[in-house]
Design a protein around this ligand. Structure first.
Ligand SMILES: Cc1cc2nc3c(=O)[nH]c(=O)nc-3n(C[C@H](O)[C@H](O)[C@H](O)COP(=O)(O)OP(=O)(O)OC[C@H]3O[C@@H](n4cnc5c(N)ncnc54)[C@H](O)[C@@H]3O)c2cc1C
Length: 473
């Protein structure tokens, strides 16, 4: 029998997880991986920018990896057209690859509004390794930058630049920072936090032009009439799934490439995964693009298994953004902005704490959590809120308890046995594997720290003073 031919487009987390998944199912298959860029961890670019990891540590696959997985890498090649009838993919160098099963995992690309001056040197996007190299090279002494767009990527990059010693401005055309991730109250905490760290925050204003000054700096003209002069402008106004190849081939596309619960597109031999795919939503909403790393990883693993003959249905991705803005955790999960649902909020401005919990009867369906990153209790609560939303557990009387004790999610989480519910779910093909990138200044500990083992030994009544809690319904 001839060997199955698999072709994968894109060497991001979706593509690499698919490679590993196919290889785990089929030792003989012929696997080709086509990618414009080499394989690297896009989400680790901010750590490279701030100097915390080396460039080489960003790479997630090297010749040894391809050998080990028996993959033919076609790196530097772009897939330019697809004929689903004859099952052939044409590459930018003219070669044509035949496939039995094809995965499209081409990710997304930044969108840049038509601002006059956007093509000037010193005006960048921040999405690729090349972008990161250009911004690092542009750092003069005491560099100053303007971030156009205060969304998720904009603020991650801004935080990395602050660590690297840049002076910073950020503009946002909407009335608040992180408009697609936080409500107004949470966003105002973030703006105050940024300003307290020396960042100039300009909301409700648009950049109308960028000019070059005689000294080579950039003069940015704002709709409000003000001007900002900086060394570098970074445009982070959003990204768009790379759907062109799929669309031209006649596959069904909406905001992304439409896939069913098996990650299959409208053509049964073509699968799609990651930022480019519009797939099932964990909370039962319409199919959605959730352009985050965990979704890309799950999509890739499942698509790979199904391409290789398994029949594993995907429970759906959870919309989730977790961001550390200069030491302030900002998190939104699930249907945090759904209209018509009840929500409860709590805030302690003096400690930069904020929470909004969104309810559908006694189920938590969405959450916004903000608070200082070193607060371990907050980190635990983020995980517990995510678990409750993911498990869609009926909390019964614990809903009222949470509403009157919004800083204590641990008790309801434990009482409702969320961990047990999640552990009983069939795992998607076992735990995922760590990638190569690592911190320069952090040792990964294989042993528990003393504090951790003390915590494990402690008696619960010594840790938590007893307070009345409602019985679980
Ligand atoms: C600065 C930054 C920070 C981020 N931080 C986080 C974070 O903290 N948490 C999080 O969850 N997510 C984060 N993300 C998002 C995360 O990186 C993406 O969701 C993830 O990389 C998507 O994986 P993917 O495999 O779908 O696509 P990608 O990683 O984008 O990989 C797609 C690959 O396909 C290649 N390609 C595209 N078109 C073609 C073609 N026609 N032919 C051949 N190859 C092609 C591209 O060159 C690319 O290498 C961040 C992103 C950025 C830019």
């Amino acid at each position: 029998m001839s060997r199955a031919q698999y072709v994968i487009v894109g060497a991001g987390p979706a593509g690499l997880n698919a490679v590993e998944s196919i290889r785990a199912q089929d030792r003989q298959a012929d696997i080709k991986l086509v990618s414009v860029e080499p394989a690297y961890a896009r989400m680790a670019l901010p750590y490279y920018l701030s100097g915390r990891i080396e460039r080489a540590h960003l790479l997630t696959a090297d010749p040894a990896y391809y050998d080990r997985h028996g993959v033919e890498p076609l790196v530097g090649q772009r897939a330019v057209s697809l004929d689903t009838g004859s099952r052939q993919l044409r590459l930018s160098d003219g070669q044509v690859l035949a496939y039995d099963k094809l995965l499209l995992a081409p990710g997304s690309s930044p969108t840049v509004p038509p601002i006059p001056g956007r093509e000037l040197p010193g005006v960048h996007t921040f999405w690729t390794l090349d972008d990161a190299d250009r911004v690092i090279q542009a750092a003069v002494s005491q560099p100053e930058a303007l971030m156009v767009g205060a969304g998720f990527v904009g603020l991650i990059v801004l935080s990395a630049m602050l660590k690297a010693g840049w002076r910073l401005h950020v503009t946002e055309m909407l009335p608040q920072v992180l408009p697609r991730m936080l409500d107004r109250a949470a966003a105002s905490l973030v703006s105050d936090w940024l300003r307290a760290r020396g960042v100039q925050v300009h909301t409700e204003t648009q950049v109308i032009a960028i000019q070059e000054t005689p000294s080579g700096r950039k003069r940015v003209l704002m709709e409000s009439g003000s001007q900002i002069e900086v060394d570098v402008v970074i445009v982070a106004t959003g990204v768009r799934p790379n759907v062109d190849l799929a669309q031209a081939a006649g596959l069904q596309v909406e905001s992304g490439i439409l896939v069913n619960e098996y990650l299959q597109t409208s053509d049964r031999n073509v699968y799609a995964a990651g930022d480019a795919a519009q797939g099932p939503d964990r909370l039962g909403g319409p199919r959605a693009v959730h352009a985050i790393q965990p979704t890309a990883t799950d999509h890739g693993r499942l698509a790979g298994a199904n391409m290789a003959g398994q029949s594993v249905a995907y429970p759906g991705s959870l919309s989730m953004n977790i961001l550390d803005v200069m030491g302030l955790h900002c998190v939104s999960i699930g249907r945090w902005d759904a209209r018509g649902l009840e929500s409860s909020t709590a805030a302690d401005h003096s400690r930069a704490l904020y929470r909004r919990l969104v309810w559908e009867e006694d189920r938590l369906v969405g959450a916004v959590l903000v608070g200082p990153s070193p607060d371990l209790a907050l980190v635990n609560d983020i995980g517990m809120a995510k678990g409750m939303i993911q498990a869609q557990v009926h909390l019964g009387a614990w809903r009222r308890y949470i509403e009157s004790n919004p800083w204590d999610l641990r008790r309801p989480f434990t009482a409702a046995r969320v961990t047990e519910l999640l552990l009983n779910e069939p795992a998607i093909l076992g735990p995922s594997r760590p990638r190569i990138y690592r911190f320069r200044d952090l040792q990964v500990e294989s042993e528990f720290r003393p504090t951790h083992s003390q915590l494990l030994r402690a008696r619960p009544e010594a840790l938590v003073p007893p307070i009345p809690a409602p019985p679980l319904r």
